[in-house]
Design a protein around this ligand. Structure first.
Ligand code: ADP
Ligand code: ASP
Ligand code: MG
Length: 411
């Protein structure tokens, strides 16, 4: 039998009615002759609630227990989805990560998938089971502890299952009807794309477009998984949603394919650091050891042998970064002071067309300057330009860039 993976995100399983609606979609695919692997998220809001409980109980929590708690939301929806399917006379059962087994690294709360055992589920398909409902976001470490894959990790579970079972396609059902030129919730003119290149989606995801977890896109690229994003709220045809595909499957695109933003950024500056060989290695080595994900970096010109070093980081890592920097403040790094700005956001434009067309950066900077938005830090790569701006200008910047690059129009 051909296999299909269908993933339902939090809003698509937010209550029993929605689970029933999702189960009906699954039933349609079963009727077409597929063996279906359904990956479910926790009900929307559940994971946040669980994270909150952990933080309240133990601010410096044991990450293994964090995972034990936070993974539980998916167990509930997996069981309920299996029951709903059974009520519809579709042979189904639920699987928690450890039962599959989905083996991961031991990096609790950020674990990486190492292996998915296909035997147990295939044996059940062989016995007539039509749907395996798998709890997303969770796995088991070598030590036998429950792990989780990072926020949004059910997307990665879904793509990994599609790769492991050689699925015909991996359908990600969510609360928007596809991938848009930017987040439709902050830009009314956002346009739904029929197709987007994997490379562009990878950049958009890593720059903040949470519609897909970055690692799910990486995995789809590596294992050549056919990936589609579509709505669980609408009647679907085979062409619905957005296909995330190789760039050569797309005829013509705009130079800029999309605009992404990341609201929860902070900027940290070490003022007056002694400018000598090795300071960058010392600073960023220490930050990396502390598990801080530094993104943009700027080093000022040196004056009298001293310089300022600025970098951006996720806002929830500021405390960790401050501690790390203060630890090497003395003899290693005698900087004057540490300045933190927690009111910044990152806005990025992404497009494969930038490889061959110049002037995108100049246009981006002009648009922002016309809107009176000050740029604090800039980084570029072959297919993206990112700027750090004051958070209060983030939405304005996204909308102005969407207008200026005429993303509401197809090329
Ligand atoms: P799920 O719970 O189904 O995993 P998420 O909330 O993780 O859903 O992701 C879907 C959300 O991603 C949308 O509601 C939308 O606000 C946001 N989003 C951000 N950027 C984009 C984009 N370019 N296209 C579509 N949705 C986007
Ligand atoms: N429930 C998890 C989260 O909210 C995983 C997911 O939904 O993808 O992050
Ligand atoms: Mg998600």
């Amino acid at each position: 039998m051909p296999t299909l993976v269908m993933k339902f995100g939090g809003t698509s399983v937010a209550n029993l009615d929605r689970i029933r609606r999702a189960a009906k979609r699954v039933g349609v695919e079963v009727a077409k002759g597929y063996d279906v692997i359904v990956i479910v998220s926790a009900m929307s809001g559940k994971t946040n609630e669980l994270v909150g409980w952990v933080n309240e109980t133990s601010p410096l929590f044991d990450a293994r227990e964090y995972d034990a708690v936070v993974s539980s939301g998916e167990n509930v929806t997996a069981g309920l989805m299996a029951l709903t399917l059974q009520e519809m006379d579709v042979p189904a059962r639920s699987w928690q990560g450890w039962q599959v087994p989905l083996k991961t690294s031991s990096a609790h709360s950020q674990a990486r998938i190492e292996e998915i055992g296909t035997e147990n589920i295939n044996a059940k398909f062989g016995e007539g089971m039509k749907v395996a409902v798998v709890a997303g976001f969770q796995g088991i470490s070598e030590e036998g502890r429950i792990t989780t894959l990072g926020r949004g990790g059910s997307d990665t579970t879904a793509v990994a299952f599609a790769a492991a079972f050689g699925a015909e396609r991996c359908d990600i059902y969510t609360d928007v009807d596809g991938i848009y030129t930017t987040d439709p919730r902050i830009c009314q003119k956002a346009r739904k794309l029929d197709k987007i290149a994997l490379e562009e989606m990878l950049e958009l995801a890593s720059l903040g477009a949470k519609v897909l977890q970055t690692r799910s896109v990486e995995m789809a690229m590596r294992h050549k998984v056919k990936l589609r994003v579509l709505s669980s709220f609408e009647e679907q045809s085979d062409e619905a949603g957005t296909l995330v595909c190789d760039e050569d499957e797309i005829m013509e695109t705009n130079v800029v394919a999309g605009v992404a933003y990341s609201r929860d950024e902070a900027q940290m500056t070490l003022l007056s650091v002694a400018d000598r060989p090795g300071i960058a290695a010392t600073i960023f080595g220490k930050l990396s050891d502390a598990g801080v994900n530094v993104d943009m970096i700027v080093q000022d010109n040196s004056e009298d042998g001293r310089t300022n070093m600025t970098f951006s980081l996720p806002i929830d890592q500021v405390k960790r970064a401050e501690t790390a920097m203060n630890e090497i403040r003395g003899a290693d790094l005698n900087f004057d002071s540490l300045v933190v700005d927690s009111e910044v956001a990152k806005v990025s434009v992404v497009g494969i067309g930038m490889r061959s067309q110049s002037g995108v950066a100049a246009k981006m900077f002009k648009v922002l300057s016309d809107e009176g938005v000050n740029i604090k830090v800039i980084t570029t790569s072959e297919i993206k330009i990112s700027v750090l701006v004051d958070r209060k200008y983030m939405e304005l910047a996204v909308q102005a860039l969407h207008d200026a690059f005429e993303l509401e129009k197809a090329s």
